[in-house]
Design a protein around this ligand. Structure first.
Ligand SMILES: Cc1ncc(COP(=O)(O)O)c(C=O)c1O
Length: 373
């Protein structure tokens, strides 16, 4: 279908092409090039952190972030049940145990009031994940972490340009991460970055992302590292994207406002809040949850929209319901009712930076029709 509206279209209309041409003309295309360091420094400055370490994607950023905390094997890490699998994978691959907390029904973020009940003597860290456009309420988490001497990992993969009580997301964890996948407010196609103020942590991440060559001699290794490097080509695109971040966030808010205006009168859907007392939504994606009064779920809704030429994506699927974790014997008998409900009834509509008002109007009309078929 030619006029199919994709769930995401990136915008690459700034200096991306010029910066890429410069890479090609100078021959700097690998991770050794100068754009990588420049992108790291500019991101760190933007977020108010000392260090940025660019890596191949947000999942590898999470993996290195968790691993470099060097927590004792078998330590427990609190994390949301409602998130992407990369979060739990990073914890498990570091030899740690993920402990889940349900989402709260309005913002879909981890329900902070439920964390205390999950603490045990083995808890060593909390992973905060900001979901879809509004940050998690981090202040109580930081207080709890300070009281209990817990480390904080902040997954700000979706939160470029977002703030919590006026301070940039990505500045709250001992280590924080961003993703630069193509649907993010800053994209490098694939890419990610670890942010920290801790020089030793940053250095450990730099070493692990590049095979952990020994500082004494290249090709000698005291530790098993990875190749998680970002290329200069990707970083060059990232620099151009970063230049337009504020504009991109404004555009996202216009997209959100447009949908809010069209959907807020529909009793059949629950919409994302415009703001909380600590942040204004940036609508990384525009999600909605079907009300219980409807006798069909998000899968049916998405299939109706696909027939009408509208791309969608389902919400995340709870960690405790992942077949891979069930097979590993994890989360047996655990239930998280909010996560289970929004995973089945939630989906998001085209809300990438490239979506036009005409497309949004068609999406709005199709959603209304699909709800009432
Ligand atoms: C919250 C969150 N964390 C981590 C990731 C993983 O990032 P990537 O796709 O770059 O590996 C994503 C991806 O969208 C995400 O939404």
């Amino acid at each position: 279908m030619d006029d199919f509206i994709a769930v995401n279209e990136p915008v690459l209309s700034g200096n991306e092409k010029d910066y890429l041409v410069r890479c090609i003309e100078t021959g700097w295309i690998s991770s050794e090039g100068p754009a990588v360091r420049e992108f790291e420094e500019r991101m760190a400055r933007r977020v108010g952190r000392e260090y940025g370490v660019a890596v191949s994607n947000g999942s590898t950023a999470l993996e290195l972030a968790v691993r470099t905390l060097r927590l004792p094997e078998g330590s427990e890490v609190i994390m949301p049940a409602f998130t992407i699998i990369s979060c739990a994978a990073a914890i498990l691959r570091a030899g740690l145990i993920p402990v889940l907390v349900d989402a709260e029904p309005l913002t879909w973020n981890m329900d902070v009031s439920r964390i205390a009940k999950k603490l045990t003597p083995k808890t060593r860290a909390i992973m905060v994940v900001h979901i879809y456009g509004l940050p998690t309420d981090v202040q109580p988490i930081l207080e709890l972490a300070a009281q209990r001497q817990l480390r904080v990992v902040e997954d700000a993969a979706e939160m470029h340009g977002q703030t919590y009580r006026g301070k940039a997301c990505g500045s709250f964890g001992d280590v924080s991460v961003f993703s630069f996948y193509t649907n993010k407010h800053i994209t490098t196609g694939e890419g990610g970055m670890i942010m920290t103020d801790d020089a030793a942590l940053a250095e450990a991440c730099r070493s692990l992302r590049n095979l952990s060559h020994s500082p004494r001699r290249r090709f000698v290794h005291d530790e098993l590292g990875f190749n998680y490097r970002l290329t200069n080509l990707q970083a060059a695109v990232g620099l151009a994207q970063l230049e337009r971040l504020d504009e991109s966030v404004r555009k996202k808010r216009r997209i959100g406002a447009f949908y809010n205006a069209h959907f807020s009168s529909l009793p059949e859907v629950e919409l994302p809040p415009v703001k909380t007392d600590y942040a204004e939504n940036i609508y990384w994606v525009y999600g909605m949850v079907l009300s219980n009064s409807l006798d069909f779920d998000a899968e049916e809704m998405m299939s109706r929209l696909r027939e009408m030429g509208v791309g969608t994506r389902p919400f995340f699927w709870g960690m405790h319901e992942q077949p891979v974790f069930r097979k590993m014997g994890l989360f047996a008998g655990e239930h998280y009712p909010v996560t289970e409900r929004i995973a089945r009834r939630g989906f998001y509509v085209p809300s990438g930076l490239g979506v036009t008002e005409e497309q949004q109007a068609r999406v709005a009309e199709c959603v209304t029709r699909a709800l009432r078929m």
